[in-house]
Design a protein around this ligand. Structure first.
Ligand code: SF4
Length: 520
């Protein structure tokens, strides 16, 4: 169907839908995958068409004329994005468009997919066409060889959706951009063949899963046949923006057949984790392809801790492993998506320790001058001496950690705070409001009571002596205040006492007597 014909059908359908009949109800509190959603303008489309990627592609929204029938725009906005249309492409499949809350101009799905007048603005002046200098590390057009054992192949400039923040928009979104480059697929594959140091090939684009089957087969089969290539990563947003593509068994069979493929996908917001996306991912997993995710930290989309946690939990639920969180690159027309690095650190601080380690991506800045990915994280190393380091955990616990088993070289000196950890007069400083320590106290109290019921006073004394010898006096004392916490390597004097502290014995006997009294 031509663009004009499609547009008039859509205009007719749009004219017949009543926005008040659609309770979008943004699923902010839903556990993802949430509910399937369908904009009412497509309510009469039979399921077999809705779930067909060809129908979704053919009916993708590709013009401002189509979008203005479905979303509110101010007249200035409309004028600006109509102008922008001459420069940048747009494509939004009905499936992905249905995830937008039309009443919210700042909707995170809308921000990612619908053109904005801000794309005309370069807020810092640092924005670049090729912020990662990919083309300078390109020995063959379309191939970037930056890291020692990896190569990236741009296999197409086509995507199922054009993400407004795309780093490679010079190739994907810009009209006529990449089409002007005489990429030679044979030469790219030949380069990999001739470089035995390349073990990991990233098939990227654009989106390789928009390639015709014959072209995709060419890349996969030729690359997989190279003995030194261990893995082929397909970088694709299809599981997010057009998951129906993965309902196609023949595509899964093809990808699965070469045996070396990993999928690198790109979910940015929890609302993208839908039943359809979950099904698409399941198809990949069943075909034997591990699925990893990278997200881009985007202002207004996922730059807050609660959203990021929901996204990461949702990904684990559908068995997608969060891999990278990229700081948004300084690409022309995407400056309005960029946040501070501090925002990224703040979010990472709220992840490590608070969530399963499997859910935690590595936060990276992709460096200018082609420097590649540089990981950033909150500081966990607080201080250091010749003997030990002071580390902090997510709760704010500061702990002395002796990495090597060797005699101390520092002479113990009475001091306070972090210095006391380095001097060996303390082994940990525990925050007063630690839920974990409060829980531990309760558990210790319960088990002490249970033990006391079964022990004689003499046994309690004997146990006190033994546990003190093992340095396990913290739980006997039931005292975890910051200045008194002692670990297995120290009882405060830097050595293990031969005698149990008197309060330990007394505490045990007192508890035992109280228990007996209650029992009678
Ligand atoms: S799918 Fe990937 S390559 Fe395509 S526009 Fe989005 S981010 Fe860019």
């Amino acid at each position: 169907m031509s663009d004009t014909a499609e547009s008039s059908v859509l205009s007719h359908m749009a004219a017949n839908w009543n926005p008040t009949q659609w309770n979008f109800n943004p699923p902010e509190v839903e556990d993802n995958p949430g509910k399937p959603r369908r904009h009412p303008v497509w309510k009469d489309i039979p399921d077999h068409l809705w779930n067909d990627w060809r129908w979704q592609s053919q009916n993708s929204l590709r013009s401002i004329r189509q979008l203005k029938d479905l979303l509110p725009f101010s007249s200035e906005e409309l004028a600006a994005i109509t102008d922008l249309e001459l420069e940048y492409k747009t494509a939004i499949a009905p499936y992905y468009f249905s995830l937008i809350n039309p009443e919210d101009p700042q909707d995170p799905i809308r921000l990612q997919s619908v053109p904005s007048p801000l794309e005309k603005v370069n807020p810092s002046g640092y924005e670049l066409e090729d912020p990662l200098d990919e083309e300078k590390d390109s020995p063959v057009p379309g191939l970037t060889h930056r890291y020692p054992d990896r190569a990236l192949l741009v296999s197409t400039h086509v995507c199922s959706m054009y993400c407004r923040f795309c780093t490679r928009k010079r190739a994907t979104m810009v009209r006529g951009g990449w089409e002007a480059v005489s990429r030679d697929d044979q030469r790219m594959v030949q380069y990999v063949r001739e470089h035995p140091e390349i073990r990991d090939v990233i098939l990227s684009g654009g989106d390789p899963l928009t390639l015709p089957t014959t072209k995709l087969r060419f890349f996969l089969e030729n690359l997989a046949a190279i003995p030194h290539v261990d893995i082929i990563r397909i970088g694709t947003r299809v599981p997010v923006t057009l998951p129906m593509r993965l309902f196609d068994e023949s595509l899964i069979e093809l990808i699965s057949s070469v045996g070396k493929v990993w999928i690198q996908t790109h979910f940015n917001h929890p609302r993208e984790i839908t039943p359809e996306a979950a099904k698409g991912v399941q198809m990949l997993l069943r075909g034997g392809m591990p699925v990893n995710n990278h997200s881009v930290l985007l202002k207004g989309v996922n730059d807050d801790l609660a959203t990021m946690r929901r996204l990461l939990r949702g990904l684990l639920r559908i068995k997608v492993r969060p891999y990278y969180l990229f700081h948004c690159d300084p690409v022309i027309g995407a400056g309005h998506f960029r946040t501070s690095v501090w925002k990224g650190i703040e979010i990472m601080e709220g992840l490590r320790g608070h969530m399963s380690g499997l859910a935690i991506p590595t936060y990276v800045v992709d460096s200018p001058h082609g420097g590649g990915k540089i990981p950033l994280m909150p500081n966990y190393l607080v201080s250091a001496s010749d003997d030990a380091v002071v580390l902090r955990n997510y709760e704010g616990l500061l702990v002395r950690y002796q990495a090597q088993d060797r005699p101390a070289t520092i002479q113990t000196t009475a001091t306070r705070g972090v210095s006391s950890l380095l001097q060996g007069t303390n082994s940990a400083l525990v925050p007063e409001n630690s839920e974990r320590i409060a829980r531990r106290k309760k558990t210790t109290k319960r088990s002490a009571q249970a033990q006391q019921q079964a022990e004689t006073d003499e046994q309690i004394v004997a146990r006190g002596i033994n546990e003190a010898k093992l340095g396990n006096i913290e739980s006997m004392e039931g005292d975890c205040c910051p200045s008194n916490l002692r670990g297995p390597h120290s009882n405060g004097a830097g050595h293990i006492s031969e005698e149990p502290p008197r309060q330990v014995i007394k505490l045990g006997i007192r508890r035992r007597r109280t228990t007996r009294k209650r029992a009678t």
